[in-house]
Design a protein around this ligand. Structure first.
Ligand code: SF4
Length: 336
């Protein structure tokens, strides 16, 4: 049990959580929308500070981060819970465990133990992933602080629905993030995820301002978020923010409560990728399509192949000190 960060005590022992954009008003004895933060007699506590449900050593490419220490490994952890309710969630067994099964289970691990495990496995970073790091922010924050003092980088894989205060509190120790931009439609966010688009767009802007290395992922779901107009608007937004933001367009497979939609056809991924490039984005990647040409990094200036990948494997990396080995143009990213 750990007292929550970033909440406000109100009259009659109510509290308001400030971690994510739901800003839940929670009465004594009740929990927030994420079901992992509870008001105990006017004090908000995290129920997952010591509940690690997953921990694996992953290639950083699996996050996916393609321009952040390529070829390195990231010690990847999660607790149960999420603040969104995406009908297509790929990790619903753990993200929706508190909501669907009424359970919160996991192993006790202190931040010091997690950092020790990451170092013992020679990871370059710790990733807070699989579920939503915002809802286990206290653990992510304390672990990140300690990890940074030991030379490890910290990575969030997030839905981006956190508040600016949350990002400002962790940002000196948060080095990179992959944020899901699930759609460019408020309606999609409301009906399919139980959230809102606008706060996610603000998070992307804030992350750029704070200097956190940012990559973005969109899971392309046939008929729901794949119209050319919507993809054009989304890509235009990203390009206006920074043309060098890598955009990962990932293939959907039927999951959780979206079992009645077929997997995305490879052609759909290719069309979306073309739209991203047409809108000026320099790095647009195919996801969940191992062996696809769109997994590789090309120089935006001379088009030379710079990083060749197969799935999460880096086969060849020809970036030299952050520059194209051929024409010398700088390639945005964190390379060492
Ligand atoms: S983190 Fe949980 S309790 Fe806090 S505002 Fe978000 S959903 Fe509500």
């Amino acid at each position: 049990m750990k007292e929550a960060y970033l909440y406000e005590k109100l009259e009659e022992q109510k509290v308001r959580c400030g971690l994510c954009s739901h800003n839940c008003l929670i009465k004594p004895g009740a929990k927030g929308i994420c079901r992992v933060r509870e008001n105990r007699d006017g004090t908000l506590v995290s129920l997952v500070y010591d509940k690690i449900i997953a921990r694996h050593l992953d290639p950083i490419e699996k996050k996916p981060l393609f321009h952040f220490l390529p070829g390195s490994t990231s010690y990847s952890i999660a607790t149960p819970g999420c603040n969104l309710k995406c009908r297509f969630c790929q990790n619903a067994d753990i993200s929706q465990m508190p909501a669907d099964a009424g359970q919160i289970v996991g192993e006790a691990r202190t931040p010091a133990e997690l950092v020790r495990e990451a170092l013992a496995q020679q990871a370059a970073s710790i990733s807070y992933t699989y579920t939503e790091p915002t809802i286990y922010f206290e653990l992510a924050h304390d672990t990140s602080r300690l990890a940074a003092t030991k030379g490890l980088k910290n990575v969030f894989v997030s839905n981006g629905f956190m508040t600016r205060a949350c990002l400002e509190m962790i940002h000196p120790d948060l080095h990179a993030a992959n944020v899901d931009l699930k759609s460019f439609s408020e309606r999609f966010y409301k009906e399919t995820c139980g959230a809102r688009l606008a706060p996610v767009l603000e998070t992307l802007q804030t992350m750029k301002k704070l200097g956190i290395w940012l990559e973005v992922t969109t899971l392309l779901i046939p008929g729901l978020n794949d119209s050319p107009e919507e993809l054009r608007d989304l890509a235009r937004f990203l390009a206006a923010l920074d043309k060098g933001i890598p955009w990962h367009i990932s293939r959907f497979h039927p999951m959780y409560r979206l079992q009645d939609i077929a997997a995305t056809a490879p052609d759909g991924i290719h069309r979306a990728r073309d739209i991203g490039l047409e809108q000026g984005l320099q790095f647009v990647y195919s996801g969940n399509l191992p062996g696809d040409k769109g997994e590789n990094t090309f120089c935006p200036a001379c088009k030379t192949l710079l990083i060749e990948r197969y799935g999460f494997l880096v086969r060849r990396n020809k970036i030299k000190d952050g520059h194209c080995f051929q024409c010398g143009v700088a390639i945005p990213g964190v390379w060492e």
